[in-house]
Design a protein around this ligand. Sequence first.
Ligand SMILES: Cc1ncc(COP(=O)(O)O)c(C=O)c1O
Length: 394
Amino acid sequence: MEAVAEQLPDFDLTDDDLRRRGDKKWRDCPPDAIPAWLAEMDVAPAPVIVAALREAVEAGLVGYPTLTGSALPEALSGWLHRNFGWRAEPGNVVLAGDAVVGVALAIEALCADAPVVVPVPCYPPFVAALPRVGRQIVGVPCSLDGDRYVLDLDVVEAELAAGARTILLTNPHNPLGRSWSRAELTALRQAADRYGARVVSDEIHAPLVLPGAVHVPYATIDPDRHITVIAASKAWNIPGLKCAQVITGSAAEAAGLRALPRAANRGVSSLGVAAAVAAYRDGDPWRTGLVAYLHQRREQFGRLLASHMPHVTWHPGEATYLAWVEPPGQPDPAAAALHKGSVLLDAGTAYGPPPGTAPGGTRIPGYDTSVRVNIGTSAERLERIVLGLARAWT
Ligand SMILES: Cc1ncc(COP(=O)(O)O)c(C=O)c1O
């Protein structure tokens, strides 16, 4: 019994506990506000991760990490197979400091020197990272089909016809929470194939697919040409440990990535490798409890919105602990949330492509008036967050 209880995620941390921890999410937030911005959860680290870190530190594992000699590729491959039926070849796994570094490295080294299609809204660091590896971003807005966001494949294809040769997908999607279906991914592959383009699939949120949806790895759609980037950092809440994994469809491409100058792919930490091995090998009981908990928060968020702010637009996602919402009549909802509701949110503005890179050269509308709300917190704090937003937006 005790072992099971120990594996349940502990969200019973007070605001003071979290602020004392010293992480960016709470420390870089005004002291009188609740942070619901950065994609990190208000949960205690999983016991299996703490045990692995303790053991690693006690063994003195604080030197340069081995990029080829760890147990991580096998552990990741086993985890992918158990969860998604995809047996990735361990030899095709390459370590990178974090997922953004992995995405940028893969695009620079393995994808054509041509514009990159990014469905928007998109995770903002991509907007900064891609120009640094010499790639122009072409933002393609997702559209709504009933109550769910979909990829606009006609526009994606038009951009491929105009010269783009890479599609950077996040699967599941941040911030929309979509878990793309096999049919959608197949259609995307077909569009890519018509132009010899490649898909880079950032699957960092794959362990956070909620009940009612499944994760389809893009690699199972295109086993030979996929480039997948994944990490334990989101689901096990350990982004500070620095260890992402890039998986390619071929040994030659993996070797090419590994051969890049060390300066290009530095940043992996030995403790990050140890934690990722523990997460993939032994972390699923905790993660299963986490997914059930996040499912409850998603339901609670819907109930709270319905009773306090029925006018707010929200299309519940199928994965992650992130909610993309648009309160009507708010020219700057994030500023109002902070100044009138004491809640720090991510402004939607950052999730659209920079001016001039969207089709037609203009900023796509809707981002400035939306926000991303992080609901990966306790039930009690989530209620305080929504009450603060209701004060701010009504
Ligand atoms: C889609 C996506 N990719 C990458 C990252 C960043 O991961 P990392 O800190 O490992 O670079 C995030 C973080 O939230 C994300 O949502």
